[in-house]
Design a protein around this ligand. Structure first.
Ligand SMILES: *[C@@H]1O[C@H](CO)[C@@H](O)[C@H](O)[C@H]1NC(C)=O
Ligand SMILES: *[C@@H]1O[C@H](CO)[C@@H](O)[C@H](O)[C@H]1NC(C)=O
Ligand SMILES: *[C@@H]1O[C@H](CO)[C@@H](O)[C@H](O)[C@H]1NC(C)=O
Ligand SMILES: *[C@@H]1O[C@H](CO)[C@@H](O)[C@H](O)[C@H]1NC(C)=O
Ligand SMILES: *[C@@H]1O[C@H](CO)[C@@H](O)[C@H](O)[C@H]1NC(C)=O
Ligand SMILES: *[C@@H]1O[C@H](CO)[C@@H](O)[C@H](O)[C@H]1NC(C)=O
Ligand SMILES: *[C@@H]1O[C@H](CO)[C@@H](O)[C@H](O)[C@H]1NC(C)=O
Ligand SMILES: *[C@@H]1O[C@H](CO)[C@@H](O)[C@H](O)[C@H]1NC(C)=O
Ligand SMILES: *[C@@H]1O[C@H](CO)[C@@H](O)[C@H](O)[C@H]1NC(C)=O
Ligand SMILES: *[C@@H]1O[C@H](CO)[C@@H](O)[C@H](O)[C@H]1NC(C)=O
Ligand SMILES: *[C@@H]1O[C@H](CO)[C@@H](O)[C@H](O)[C@H]1NC(C)=O
Length: 598
């Protein structure tokens, strides 16, 4: 019994009610929406798909970016780093004292599918202990590793690699799902560094022991990568969860080029504000449109935009909001605070001139053209591979942890650090030379940054103020030293003799002293794209946090947050799979609440 609900202003005419993708609000048929999803990113696409499974639910998605289809740099896995900046928010941090006062890039995607249309496609569920810690921190067993398994199964569709090679011994079939929506596969093109890396790991042993499958809950060791790649093509949340078979649903509308400015209160009858409205624009200068939902507004704009939208809406630190002239709606001082992001650094080595690396693909345009042609015809060749291959996840031993002064990890399955092997000098390949890159990451950072709105800019679309504070904590810097030194010892294994020639850039100088290494880290290190925590979930009783464990915003009704901003701490691994898990679990919670009540 759909109550009457709320439609767009400025509707010109009614179309046949077939679900489709709209570029222009004037083309959207007038509809009473049950759910309005703000943000068609990784988690937002999941929720859009799952809620529209119920044909009684009318669902609208508002996405700020453009459609994801037909963009070669998005579709071709190896071209991740060459996706044009028009699919980017171009965010940078404020000057970071811990990084020699650099303002560093803080990438996030502006395209349907969100960062899953723009990232390294690396599929990593995270360690068991991280999820069990979320359950502990929120007092909700539903977030534990065991409880999230059904949501992993609903998300993942294990798929053969592009080249159809024999994958026995490269993963554990018993822990993968073949019935989910989003394809996941092993790399579809062999790299010369794969056997060398495996041999080096065998020679060194210890923390480098082979791990058949890092997605088992225990990622420690060296493993083959798993990627959201389907038949040699990126499979984003938009490509999978918004595939044509789903976009044909009559009850699903997706409007792109629709940038959300605020969520809006719809009723003040109770002392708890009801927030079932949203405001957006299709042009930076307006006009602004309003849309209401009858059941829920779902904020899925991602860990960077979500706090910005909340603050624009009066949801945040009331003292701060009042001081800059925004009427407070609910006092939630945690909005935008406690940002948690990995620290990372790319370290390159010059390799033998006769070695085969992928640098040449970005140095020789005719070769690149040939490979693009091959990819278009057959979906084969080096372009089907993601830019990161075999990866090592490891914990620091007790001696190292004693020197670092603390152990911020969630438990014995959680790595402190990672080293990802890359077959070229990514992300920006120099005009000449051949390289091996070891991408080093601190996965249990202790520094916390924040995101807020620019108090001196009245524009709701002004870039947010981002203070990542990456590498500002002592543990994080010492941990980065440790992982870079570990990468050096890995590259010193006999397996690399005749392949690796010497460290590139300033890496050799960095090894001369702790001070030199710290300077190197401040010069090249920084945050990566794995950002969480800016609208953290906490227990119902907690005196801080933004959402309850069911992801409903504290202190209001009608508004739920479904993106990575809700995770209290970053997982010790890549964050795309967690975004899918959050999306699937949120969909389950929303359906449980509303099915049978419509
Ligand atoms: C949305 O709801 C508000 C408050 O109930 C109402 O004033 C407004 O007209 C509605 N907007 C639309 C577009 O239906
Ligand atoms: C980022 O920069 C590109 C290139 O200048 C531009 O097309 C795009 O609109 C920018 N993104 C935003 C959110 O302004
Ligand atoms: C960074 O900027 C601050 C404030 O302007 C200044 O005090 C400091 O010396 C700068 N640090 C470096 C390394 O330049
Ligand atoms: C794949 O490799 C495994 C182990 O090397 C072997 O037992 C199996 O027969 C191979 N499968 C096929 C289809 O060749
Ligand atoms: C809220 O903001 C005010 C003013 O910016 C600040 O002094 C205060 O510490 C903040 N409150 C919390 C709980 O963070
Ligand atoms: C940040 O998180 C810590 C727990 O890790 C909590 O004690 C603190 O209150 C949080 N701060 C804010 C502003 O939410
Ligand atoms: C560039 O690639 C083309 C096509 O594969 C090849 O014929 C040519 O020799 C390459 N040029 C160089 C300088 O390697
Ligand atoms: C993969 O793509 C190629 C080239 O478009 C096509 O010929 C082939 O049928 C596709 N394979 C699968 C399994 O979809
Ligand atoms: C702990 O790790 C460090 C650095 O990798 C290593 O030098 C040391 O030998 C290890 N200690 C033990 C007891 O394994
Ligand atoms: C904040 O806004 C002001 C006024 O538009 C602008 O000059 C300033 O650069 C902005 N600050 C940041 C960090 O974006
Ligand atoms: C480079 O590789 C060639 C052929 O494999 C080998 O003869 C040569 O010694 C290598 N050079 C270095 C510096 O390792």
């Amino acid at each position: 019994m759909a109550l009457i609900l709320l439609t767009f202003f400025l509707l010109l005419h009614q179309h046949a009610a077939i679900a489709t993708l709209f570029e222009n609000i004037q083309d959207v048929p007038p509809t009473d929406y049950d759910f309005v999803i703000l943000g068609g990113g990784t988690a937002g696409c999941v929720v859009a798909n799952r809620l529209s499974e119920n044909e009684n639910f009318n669902v609208l998605v508002l996405e700020a970016g453009r459609p994801n289809m037909g963009i070669p740099t998005v579709d071709i896995p190896l071209f991740e780093y060459t996706i044009p900046s028009r699919y980017e928010w171009n965010s940078t941090t404020i000057p970071q004292p811990a990084l020699n006062n650099r303002s560093v890039n803080f990438p996030h995607a502006l395209i349907l599918g969100g960062s899953s249309s723009h990232n390294g496609m690396y599929y990593n569920r995270g360690p068991k202990d991280d999820w069990d810690r979320y359950a502990r921190l929120t007092g909700d067993e539903g977030w534990s590793w065991n409880s999230i398994q059904p949501f992993i199964a609903k998300n993942e569709r294990w798929t053969p690699p592009a080249d159809g090679h024999n994958t026995t011994g490269q993963f554990n079939p018993s822990i993968h799902s073949t019935t989910g929506i989003n394809p996941v596969s092993l790399a579809g093109f062999p790299l010369p560094i794969d056997p060398l890396g495996l041999q080096a790991a065998q020679e060194l042993g210890g923390i480098f022991a082979f791990n058949l499958d890092y997605n088992s809950g225990n990622p420690l060791g060296i493993s083959w990568g798993q990627y959201t790649i389907n038949n040699g093509t990126r499979s984003s949340a938009a490509a999978s969860y918004l595939a044509p078979e789903f976009m044909n649903r009559r009850n699903l509308h997706v409007l792109v080029n629709a940038r959300v400015s605020r969520v809006l209160q719809t009723s003040s009858r109770s002392h708890v504000p009801q927030v079932l409205g949203a405001e957006f624009a299709q042009d930076l200068n307006g006009p602004f449109y309003r849309v209401n939902a009858s059941k829920e507004v779902i904020l899925s704009t991602g860990a960077i935009n979500t706090p910005q939208v909340l603050l624009n809406s009066g949801i945040g630190n009331s003292t701060f909001l009042s001081s800059i002239g925004i009427a407070p709606l609910v006092d939630l001082p945690s909005v935008g605070q406690n940002l948690s992001v990995h620290a990372s650094a790319k370290n390159a080595w010059i390799v033998n001139a006769s070695a085969q690396t992928e640098d040449i693909i970005f140095q020789n345009q005719s070769l690149q053209n040939e490979l693009i042609e091959q990819w278009m015809q057959t979906k084969q060749g080096p372009l089907v591979g993601a830019p990161v291959g075999l990866t090592m996840y490891f914990r620091f031993n007790d001696t190292v942890l004693a020197a670092l002064g603390e152990d911020p990890s969630s438990g014995s399955t959680a790595p402190h650090a990672s080293i990802g092997m890359q077959p070229a000098n990514f992300p920006i390949v120099p005009a000449t030379g051949k390289f091996l890159t070891m991408s080093t990451g601190v996965l249990t950072p202790t520094s916390r940054g924040f995101i807020t709105i620019n108090s001196t800019s009245p524009n709701v679309f002004a870039p947010p103020i981002i203070d990542a504070k990456t590498l500002s904590a002592r543990f994080d810097v010492l941990a980065m030293r440790e992982v870079i030194r570990t990468a050096l010892s890995f590259v010193s294994a006999p397996a690399w003799d005749g392949y690796v020639v010497s460290p590139a850039d300033n890496l050799a100088v960095a090894m001369e002293s702790d001070e030199a290494l710290d300077e190197y880290i401040r010069t090249i290190g920084g945050p990566n794209e794995h950002v969480v925590g800016t609208a953290s979930m906490t227990s119902h009783e907690a005196g801080y946090g933004v959402v309850n464990p069911d992801l409903l915003v504290k202190g209001v009704t009608g508004l739920r947050i479904v993106d990575l901003s809700v995770l209290p701490l970053v997982t010790a691994g890549h964050t795309m799979a967690p975004a899918y898990i959050v999306g699937e679990r949120a969909s389950f919670l929303i359906k449980k609440k509303w099915e049978g009540h419509d």
